[in-house]
Design a binder for this molecule. Structure first.
Ligand SMILES: *Cc1c(COP(=O)(O)O)cnc(C)c1O
Length: 485
């Protein structure tokens, strides 16, 4: 029984309508609320339904999508979205998703053009980041997975690939890893998953600007060696998740070269600053990483998900994951050719065509425009920072180093509570959506400006609404008392 439409012309009409649904959505994104809470009736519509055993026509399902799904999204395509670190997506990226879905390509391996597309992006990224031509790369879900792959290849470098057979315990050498205290949570998780354990991660002091203290790092490594540990991995962050700090990558590369330790860079937030002429110099040293994890779905604006990992020693990368299986035997001709297959570079066998939306994004907009978007978001962050400095009711909590600004509404009491309530009010307003983080002891409103649609008026809306909600929550207390402290 085929699942193709019995009536193609009718289906085609629905298909064109669905395309318009989403083009309208993107064209009018600014006019809609950024986010709204799902009403109980909508939530219940999901939980009350059982597995549909009978067919519905696509028009009915489309209608349900338009009623209960589309209006209740996270809102990251909206220009007022500044929460967490989310990309905005693009219309061209959206279309590429449809094309990839139609082809239904599986990029685990075999000989076909989709893999050539992925390899083309691999070649572009090697060149962009100054990696050698035998460096390997792989599309993965996100930077979390890319970090995990970096950790696993580093583990092979330290223990040899026999760790794959005998496990960590069989190698009998306690490994230790190093990163600043501002490292992203995906790194300790990667160490957990790799069987090394999160306790093996030494969190090294960071300076005022949240960059790793390299002197302290040297001491911690030396101390671990004295105690019989095997330091195997240093993680540098290019763009910390809380304030966008960039570790001194060249200094870390020097330390790793001297100590013979694997140098991994988590570039989720800022690696693509390489596309912006004014920012690229700040990433100096990234070209010396042994592995680099980043993604195209944040600053790269590619629709979710599009993580990417780059490994200098492609052979070691392959030796960390490749496994012979009779039903996967690569041939020299026919569809089974095209070796090496991407499935030998990571844990996934079946892999979607993430490369296509990235390829379309890079080709349609061009790397220069993406670089201008990236610079532009940093410009908006500087603008926000200067407006906060001029506004007595607001307090800057960390200098904006890149595209992230942390601040708070001043109030005499319950500062954290008030600021958390302001952020929830902002979300419910449907106008702007920053998130929160902690800077030292304080809860901060964190605006991460990533979206290519964000403009100065969105920054103004953030400021105006923050003050409006702050005043109303504190009933004006902030003005009399907060400013005095
Ligand atoms: C977002 C982020 C990650 C995780 O990336 P995902 O693509 O969400 O898995 C890792 N590190 C940093 C610094 C990040 O900002």
């Amino acid at each position: 029984m085929s699942l193709d439409p019995p009536d193609w012309p009718a289906f085609r009409q629905q298909a064109h309508g669905m395309l318009d649904d989403m083009l309208n959505y993107l064209e009018q994104i600014r006019e809609r609320p950024l986010w709204r809470p799902m009403p109980d009736g909508v939530r219940d519509a999901f939980t009350d339904q059982t597995l549909p055993s009978a067919a519905s026509d696509v028009a009915t399902v489309r209608d349900e999508f338009l009623r209960v799904i589309r209006p209740f999204s996270t809102g990251n395509p909206h220009p007022g979205f500044m929460g967490w670190v989310h990309g905005g997506g693009t219309p061209a990226g959206m279309l590429a998703e449809m094309l990839a879905g139609g082809m239904n390509a599986n990029l685990g391996g075999r000989d076909h053009a989709p893999i050539a597309v992925e390899r083309q992006i691999v070649a572009w990224m090697r060149r962009l980041f100054g990696f050698p031509c035998n460096a390997s790369c792989l599309f993965v879900t996100g930077t979390s997975m890319a970090n995990l792959i970096g950790v696993l290849v580093a583990r092979s470098a330290a223990l040899g690939t026999e760790v794959r057979s005998v496990g960590i315990a069989g190698c009998g050498r306690p490994l230790t890893a190093y990163a600043s205290e501002a490292v992203h949570n995906s790194l300790p998780r990667a160490l957990e998953i790799a069987g090394i354990g999160r306790d093996a991660l030494r969190l090294v002091r960071a300076d005022q600007l949240h960059r790793i203290d390299t002197i302290a790092l040297g001491h911690v490594i030396a101390e671990d060696r004295r105690r019989g540990f095997t330091p195997f991995l240093v993680v540098g962050t290019a763009g910390t998740v809380d304030i966008g700090a960039i570790d001194p990558l060249a200094d870390l590369a020097d330390i790793c070269a001297r100590e013979r330790i694997w140098f991994h860079v988590d570039g989720a937030c800022a690696a693509l600053a390489m596309l912006a002429a004014d920012l690229a110099p700040r990433l100096a040293g990234i070209e010396r990483a042994d592995s680099l994890a980043f993604d195209f779905h944040k600053w790269g604006q590619v629709p979710y998900d599009a993580g990417f990992v780059l490994v200098r020693d492609g052979e070691l990368h392959r030796a960390t994951f490749a496994s012979p299986a009779a039903y996967l035997r690569a041939g020299t001709r026919g569809l089974a050719a095209g070796s090496p297959w991407p499935c030998d570079y990571g844990p996934d066998l079946s892999r979607g065509f993430r490369a296509l939306k990235t390829w379309f994004t890079l080709k349609t907009y061009g790397a220069d425009a993406l670089g201008r978007v990236i610079s532009g978001t940093c410009g908006l962050a500087r603008y926000l920072e200067s407006r906060i400095r001029q506004t007595p009711e607001l307090e800057l909590l960390a200098p904006a180093q890149l595209n992230i600004v942390c601040f708070r509404f001043r109030t005499a009491e319950d500062t954290d509570e008030v600021n958390a309530a302001i952020v929830a009010d902002l979300h419910e307003s449907g106008v702007v959506a920053p998130s929160t983080t902690r800077i030292g002891a304080n809860l901060a409103i964190r605006a991460a400006i990533v979206n290519h649609r964000t403009e100065e008026r969105d920054i103004e809306a953030l400021l105006q609404k923050t003050i409006e909600f702050g005043r109303s929550i504190t009933n004006g207390r902030s003005l009399e008392r907060g400013l005095a402290v």
